[in-house]
Design a protein around this ligand. Structure first.
Ligand SMILES: C[S@@+](CC[C@H](N)C(=O)[O-])C[C@H]1O[C@@H](n2cnc3c(N)ncnc32)[C@H](O)[C@@H]1O
Length: 223
């Protein structure tokens, strides 16, 4: 495995200064809801119906909705942007949500620590497109990352990806054509503008729809 120093993150880690109120929230509650490597062995994580991972949750609207509707499932919420994590923590505390654990950092710093065949579902909604040719390496969906995703998904576990970005859409198709350990769900292929009802609109979906852009949905199954 790469050492921490070899795992790069391209994107925003820090935003506005954390306010004193949010600092207090972090002091009071992050120990309960922020995931640490040593939590992964805890039997606590085994007592849920399904294990779901959302990578790059942004404002967390979909996670909050899904976790409230599915209180017996475990949701692991990952975003490297610390203000996004504090925002989600705030909602967890306000809404008394018990089934979300936040990984407040780069997914690549924890992905190899998850047990094999652990997740039933992984969501990556609007991954950063990094459209410039010279930034292609910064895209999250690289072959080595998909190896990790495949390892942590259960057999027939689902991977859902959305994007409104044409270059990213082509990139996704190309990345998955290069391998045979994910099946694009045949009857659905990818279908434009057809978001499943159980996923609610995120900030980036709303942004795209406002500009009359098509949002593409990809449903893959681990084969
Ligand atoms: C374009 S935004 C999409 C946010 C949200 N999913 C939505 O649909 O509104 C991408 C998000 O992914 C996060 N992100 C990008 N690379 C990441 C990584 N390697 N690990 C964790 N989060 C990452 C960013 O911080 C950002 O919040």
């Amino acid at each position: 495995m790469n050492s921490k120093s070899e795992i790069y993150f391209y994107g925003r880690r820090k935003g506005r200064k954390i306010s004193p109120t949010n600092l207090k929230l972090l002091n009071d509650s992050s120990y309960k809801f922020y995931l640490r490597h040593d939590h992964l062995d805890e039997s606590k994580l085994k007592n849920y119906n399904k294990n779901i991972l959302e990578i790059g949750f942004g404002n967390g609207e979909n996670l909050v909705n899904m976790s409230l509707k599915n209180p017996n499932d475990l949701f692991i919420a990952c975003d490297a942007y610390n203000n996004a994590c504090v925002k989600l923590l705030k909602q967890i505390v306000m809404k008394n949500i018990q089934n979300i654990k936040i990984w407040p950092d780069n997914i690549n710093l924890i992905i190899k620590k998850f047990k094999k065949n652990f997740f039933d579902l992984i969501l990556i909604l609007h991954p950063d497109p990094w459209p410039k040719k010279k930034h292609v390496k910064r895209r999250l969906l690289q072959q080595s990352f998909l190896d990790d995703i495949n390892r942590i998904l259960k057999h027939e576990g689902k991977l859902v990806i959305s994007t409104d970005h044409d270059e990213m859409k082509s990139w996704i198709i190309k990345q998955f054509q290069e391998r045979n350990d994910f099946l694009l769900e045949k009857d659905k292929t990818y279908f434009e503008n057809k978001k499943p009802q159980w996923i609610i609109n995120t900030k980036y979906t709303n942004k795209a729809l406002k500009k009359n852009k098509v949002v593409n949905w990809f449903f893959f199954k681990k084969s």
